[in-house]
Design a protein around this ligand. Structure first.
Ligand code: FES
Length: 91
């Protein structure tokens, strides 16, 4: 019973659309990171998240997922727009 509850919460989080411009769910971004996308540019290339018409307003969430995974091999429960990225690409 406990695992079912965890699965429901996790399922809802995974379906969360992170990039609205390109309709990219959190699940696709996490999968790309787990499969080796270890920079923001690799995430952009693998998922199309962060490169939509708005100019990348979702990138702060991508950075949050990436930074968390690189630090702890885990993803955060919640994503915030107030995050200060560590993995922001250099220009
Ligand atoms: S919401 Fe992701 S690029 Fe616009």
């Amino acid at each position: 019973m406990t695992s079912l509850k965890v699965a429901k919460v996790g399922h809802k989080q995974k379906k969360e659309l992170v990039c609205l411009c390109n309709q990219v769910p959190r699940e696709a971004i996490e999968r790309a990171i787990i499969n080796g996308a270890d920079t923001p540019i690799k995430i952009f290339d693998a998922t199309m998240a962060g490169v939509g018409a708005c100019g990348g307003s979702c990138r702060v969430k991508l950075y949050q997922l990436l930074d968390s995974y690189l630090e702890s091999k885990k993803f955060p429960d919640r994503l915030t727009m107030n995050y200060k990225p560590k993995s922001k690409p250099k220009k």
